[in-house]
Each structure stands twice: as structure tokens, then as C-alpha cells.
Design a protein around this ligand. Sequence first.
Ligand SMILES: [Zn+2]
Length: 433
Amino acid sequence: MLSAYLDMTPTRIGFTRLLGKFSRRAYFGPLAPFRLTQLGRTRLPGPRWVRVRNILAGVADEDVARVCLQVDPHVSVQAAPQPKRLFLGREVVGEVVEIGPEVEFLRVSDRVAYQMDQCCSTRGVEPPCRQCAVGAYNLCENRYLPGPEAVGGGWSEEMVVHEGQLFLVPDSLRDEQAALIELAAVATHAALRHRTQPGDQALVIGAEPLGLLTIQALQALAPNVAVTALPLKSYQVEIATRMGAVRILYPDDSEAGIVRLTNAKTYKNRQGANLVTGGFDIVYDTIGNAQSLQSALRWAREGGVVVLAGKRLNPFTVDLTPVWNQEITILGALAHGAENWPGGEGYAALGGEGGGRVGTFALAAALMREQRLTPERLITHRFPLREVRQALETARDHEEQRAIKIMLDIHTVASAVRNPAPAQPTAQPAHSR
Ligand SMILES: [Zn+2]
């Protein structure tokens, strides 16, 4: 099977890091960790494992960051056991083509999306850890236990995974939607990370796919909250409007806009320090770098909340004085798991009477069915898997390329047969290659 992965041999990584200082193409060259090759078929490693023939996959920021070696080995998550071969692509829909003898929930020809890495249920840990016990598989305390690992990721023609790692896709979702449930679920989890109050003012920093979908999730799940979008690039203003953002701050005018919207006061000194009193009740940082987190901390009101949803695999320096001076709470958001769901009309089946815990994936899929979360409208580019290098270069240069969401067609024929209906209009014309 054709598969894209990273060969994590230290010499390859070291050499490419060095070469990368001179040429940006080094990350895609023949000596780089990034590989696109034919791999032999592996057997199912356990009775509850399945083989999935992939149909369509998304190119996520984290994939691009890993390929371009923008991961600092000193950050704590890098201490987790690392595979020798790191398969790429978490946003993927495919079709089950083989099942082990003890598979309980899936059948051949089921359409599935990749949902989670290993956790207590896929490792057979009984009783499950306290996180898995409440559905928070993203925080599983046993997620790094040794055991069989998935073979192939979304950017492979096939993947071999435990059935518990997959989500059964409802028939009502098209492949373009199903491949992006993961992204929608990340945004849904970020939006629900903090219980907002009616009348709250929220700011979403960043208008890349995660930021745009966080805006939509907030509008769907917290309709009494006034949501303001802050795209960091001028060209993103239009797409933020199209994705439903009602209030937009322009990148050049952000601080003046915040003062206007929230009646905040600002103080500056000659050294360039900048203090804001008042501000937003809650700020979602969907970028996660030094500049965006600094802005989030500055623009949250006294006693306010900052949700750190953007992920960077590099350490950076931030002035933390607002955390104590304004008693800001920082909440991290990682992927998806389960939500404390207040329930509500139309969602009773997900949360039960009067709400409860609901899987983020199921909630995101329900919101997508109703077109309240529309990640498929962000698709601007599609490439076949064999042109994955071009897809990566387009993603890396997304600003010049005006790329928002890039997809990889893995098995286009299956996709075309399955989805005869015309595609929804995309944000910009998707070019098929
Ligand atoms: Zn667990």
C-alpha cells in the first residue's frame, strides 16, 4: 500500500534540520524523514482490529509542522514513547474491508472516521482509568502503554487499527464532511471547554480552520454569547464572514476595536508595555503561539478565561503577569473526548434527558448534519495521495496560495461512486488535480 509517514531515524532528522537552514525543499527530499513509499500489507495484530481502505483525508497543521520538523524535542510531550515510523493523517474517512474474529461494533463496508489513539478500551485495561471512565480518552492515563500500534494513517491507502479507534459515520454525512469530523470535534471541544454565561462576550483569535469552526460551534452551542472573530491575516476576513462570524475585528485595528466593543481601558509606557483593564469574558486562542497567547491574556477581562486551543510543539516566552494581576484562568484544550452537555432541543438522544456526558465526535457529527458546523466549506484544494508533497508545499505556503483546507484523495473512485450528489459550494473553487 502507498503510505506517507515520517522515518524517525535520528540521523535523518538531524541531517534534514541542518539542510533545512539552506533549502525549504529539504523537508520533502529523498533524505528527509518524510517518506512516500509502498509498504507491504500487515496482518491484523489482534482479534478486535480492522483494516480500513481510506477514501479522503485532510492535511492538518500538525502534520505539516511534523513534516517540516517544527517540533522541539525538549517539549514534554516529546518524552512520550515515539514510534520509529510515524504515520501521518488523523482527519480521514474510509471503508472497513476486513475485520478480526472478535470485532463487536463494525462490519465490512461500514464507513468510518479515525477518532482516537490508544486508550484503556483499545488496550483492554480494566477497570479503565479515571479519564476513560468519563469518556475523556484524549487524556487517558494509559495512552502510552506498550502494545500493538496502528499501521498506516490517513495518508495511506489503508490503515490497520483497533475498532475502538474508529467512529461509525452516519449515512447522512458526505465523505468531505466525514473526513473533517475530527477537525469539527476539536473545535467543538474547545468551544465547550468553559461553560459560558448568557451575555458573555467571547473573542476567537485566529481564522484558520480551527478558529472558523470554533466560531460556528460557539454560535451553535452558546447562542447567548456575543462572539467576535479576530482574523490575524487580512485575507481571512472574508472567509470569517462567510462562515458566519457576525462581529469581526480587523487585524490592523484590533486593540482599538476591543476598546470599542468592551469599553476596556489601555495603558502604555515608553518601553512598549501594554496593560488592558476590562476586555472579553472569554478568549479562545486558536493559534497558540507567543503573540496570540500574549494577546489573549491581555484582552481577557479581570477574572476572565483564556482557552488555549492552538497547539505549538515549541517552547516560547510570554509575559504571564496578567494571569495574577487580572486573575486570568488558562484552560488547555486537547483534541476531543466527551463533553458536559446541557442537552437541548434536538440533541436529547445524544445527552439523554436533561443532558449529561456526550461524545464530542457524536455531537460534532450531529451539528454537521444540521449544517451548523460546515468544515467542508473550507476545502480549497484537493490532491491525489501520490502528489502529497505538492499538498504539503501548498499548506506550508497557505498564505500565498490562499489555501484554507487541503484534502488528499486516497481512493477517488470509491468516493465518486459513494457520493453522486454534487458538492456543496466551497469557499474558493477547489481545484481537482
Ligand atoms: Zn484510560
